[in-house]
Design a binder for this molecule. Structure first.
Ligand SMILES: [Zn+2]
Length: 69
């Protein structure tokens, strides 16, 4: 019977932190890749406002809804 205490295994982060796209602070895992929910929402609102140029077929985007029933 081994009573020797094993050292806690070194836990590696699932993802390396990276600078928040909004403010440059280290990202938090809960808000990855942002540093906070605020920055995430900032990014989202910018995305929704159309600042990001993402080619999306308008018809497909509309057809993705479930408003037929
Ligand atoms: Zn941030």
């Amino acid at each position: 019977m081994s009573a020797e205490k094993k050292p806690a295994p070194k836990v590696e982060p699932l993802r390396k932190t990276r600078p928040c796209p909004e403010c440059g602070k280290p990202s938090q895992r809960e808000h990855y890749p942002f540093c906070s929910n605020r920055c995430r929402e900032l990014d989202l609102s910018r995305w929704l406002s159309g600042s990001y140029a993402i080619p999306v077929a308008g018809d497909e985007a509309m057809a993705d809804g479930e408003d037929e029933n």
